[in-house]
Design a binder for this molecule. Sequence first.
Ligand code: ATP
Ligand code: MG
Length: 334
Amino acid sequence: HQNWRFIVKITLIKGDGIGPEVSGSTRSIIDAALELHSDLKIDWEVFNIVDGQLSEALFKSLETNKVAIKGPITTPIGFGFKSINVFLRQKYNLYANVRPIKKIIPTRYDESIDLVIFRENTEGLYAGIEHVISEDHIVAEKVTTRSASMKIATAAFEHALKLNASKITVVHKANILKQCDGLFLETVRAVAKKYPTVELVEMIVDNTAMQMVMKPSQFGIIVTTNLYGDILSDLAAGLIGGLGLAPSANIGEDMAIFEPVHGSAPDIAGQNLANPTACILSGVLMLEHLGEMKAAQAITQAITAVLDHADTRTKDLGGTLTTSEFTDAVIKRL
Ligand code: ATP
Ligand code: MG
């Protein structure tokens, strides 16, 4: 077909653990889809992160390109450097973590599951401010600001308008955390007033966890704080087949980083076993962000078709395909 194409530079952070496997798969599938469905071609700027060290070159690439795909990066538990994931979200004020959860393979549920979690991404308990009062007494600060709460609420309501959705569920614990979750809830209520066509449903986080398991089809758009959003999105991923299927977008004023919800999965790293779907679907969100709707739709259709057969799934979904075999099957389907 056409022998000239627009070139756009995108930053690709390979990540560690299963990161290089799933981000490599994503890259080849996006390249194949664009080749078929667009006059755009991506010139990938590829970065490795070793031992938690972020380079100036990476910052420059992100600041110039404004769009990135990122594989998962391990965060050491209980010691060592601050989470790189959290660091990047805070450094670039990527205030909205958008996590769509959609049923694409059969689950325990007959009902449809198609929801999206808008998780505040820069503060809450992830501010990472901990004080050692004494060896036996630690205090962590949960930060809530009106401005960050307003931004995440506005992002969720704008999304509702775009989808013509009739309601948003705000998830909180303002009955106990009267001040900080109180401010979050109050701010979301104030934003809701500007969107009279969208009903605001208020739900306490522990009840939400139960409701999600009992009747997931009642949820469409959820807006919540950082920690609740993290936990509920893993729960929601579990409803549709696990972390291998859950993509996400970190959105700021002028930058967006797309990454799978899952971590680096050290237990299966380097064995060609990982399910790349979560990372590929994050790539689909990136293509939509770039306005490449045809390529995005083509990948979604190809993935759905491949996952439709039990024998062309990866091991986490009970299938037998390796990461690279699954990738080849999706490209063939494209
Ligand atoms: P983090 O703190 O970075 O979120 P985590 O402790 O939540 O990490 P994950 O790395 O997300 O842990 O892994 C949780 C479990 O899910 C592991 O058993 C892992 O093997 C499995 N898992 C995660 N992602 C995938 C994937 N893409 N394909 C198959 N299995 C996966
Ligand atoms: Mg996790």
